[in-house]
Design a protein around this ligand. Sequence first.
Ligand code: NAD
Ligand code: 6OD
Length: 486
Amino acid sequence: MKEIWNFIDGAFVRASSGRTFENRSPLDGRLIGVVSEAGRAEVDAAVRAARGALSGPWSGMDLAKRCELLYAVADEINRRFDDFLQAEVADTGKPVSLASHIDIPRGAANFKVFADVMKSVPAEAFQMATPDGTGALNYALRVPKGVIGVICPWNLPLLLMTWKVGPALACGNAVVVKPSEETPSTATLLGEVMNKVGVPKGVYNVVHGFGPDSAGEFLTRHPGVNAITFTGETRTGEAIMKAAADGVRAVSFELGGKNAGIVFADCDFDAAVEGIARAAFANCGQVCLGTERVYVERPIFERFVAALKTKAESMKPGRPEDKTTGIGPLISQEHRNKVLSYYKKAAAEGATVITGGGIPGMEDELAGGSWIQPTIWTGLPETSAVIREEIFGPCAHLAPFDGEDEAVRLANDTPYGLATTIWTTNLARAHRVSAKIDVGIVWVNCWFLRDLRTPFGGSKHSGIGREGGVHSLEFYTELRNVCVKL
Ligand code: NAD
Ligand code: 6OD
């Protein structure tokens, strides 16, 4: 049985309480690991180690050397690609084809890209006149914020964790990561990588556990943590924001979404079907940027529904390593119960179930997994909980619209504001509509196409702040102005 320990000050450690929790496979419910649950003592030790690193070799290391180390981290992730792949797939059950194209490569890229960004960011400087005529020069130094608490979700574990750790380290901070209790493995494996390439002890720490009254809360309430970066549910963000208020700590939040897809009648039809199918069903619908509300212009509505149905029904559930697998399981039985509760609500509210709506029959060995059918509905009122609340499953409600104004109104009628995907061949319309949608990211004729230099984040209930490129530096550094009288 695999044992997963905390990683503190460069060493793998068990919690002194001896408390553990189970890591189960979403594929079949099998126990695959036992995780040591960090208590207050371990969180304290991790924060202390991080503070120690800040006053030790890490703070004295020049930027070029720090960036070399981050390149080495990326290279080592790539060298151990199969280990990371295996660990991620075991924790999540996602298809190897997906994890090997997205999760693991991005895990490495997040270190390279932010090392490059940090190296190329210019310093701000102003010359000013003084009454005595000698003048003064002001320049802004970027200094690390300190110890960053990184709280992560389970849907893209390595990708989303390194998306925070990469820039935080590039900026010279030290981190304490709390991975999701569902996906503890790749964050732990990264500890081995840090040691191997020579990242100083204490710069990267991992504590395992849950949220309330466990490692998550202990970390976010810890006075030694200077700032908190969090990806997860909006409700959890609210709890963390309250914790961060003590000591006036900065937060960066990437939260939930209820994203709209807008398909105009002038779209490239096949590309739109393909794109919306990905946006609705990829990663078994467990992507914050996913599209659970699709608005299709009336002239192509029926044809689009039929084509998306064919697509959904072609997605075969199965083992991660099987090349014909089109969809993996949900992360857990608990999450499946949540998703199924929305499937039931949709039926109770009179939705037309175009396809899916339940649990697929699986061969005996996989029968204990958290499998679910990709599901498409039509016919629900916009007030339905199925249309208003984030489900985080492989499902979408499709509704017709008439004209741009209605599409914009429907897309914006949500408390969330993360992403939208628009499908049209009319580029003037694409620009016009993009400007009117109240979200952090608009994709036109594509979905989840990422340039890591661009601002990423959500409006309204979908988040606070932007990360990506120099925007990450805004969060992970502070500016100190130096005014020198000449
Ligand atoms: P979650 O909020 O339940 O948990 C996320 C993390 O927070 C976990 O590590 C959990 O242990 C921890 N946590 C929970 N309560 C806590 C507390 N009180 N204090 C400190 N830590 C606490 O989210 P999840 O179920 O893991 O992930 C799915 C959610 O994440 C969805 O809502 C999805 O939209 C969102 N998400 C958003 C983005 C984005 O970029 N906007 C990306 C991925 C996921
Ligand atoms: O691509 C990214 O950087 C990112 N933060 C993706 C988020 C996906 C949400 O599930």
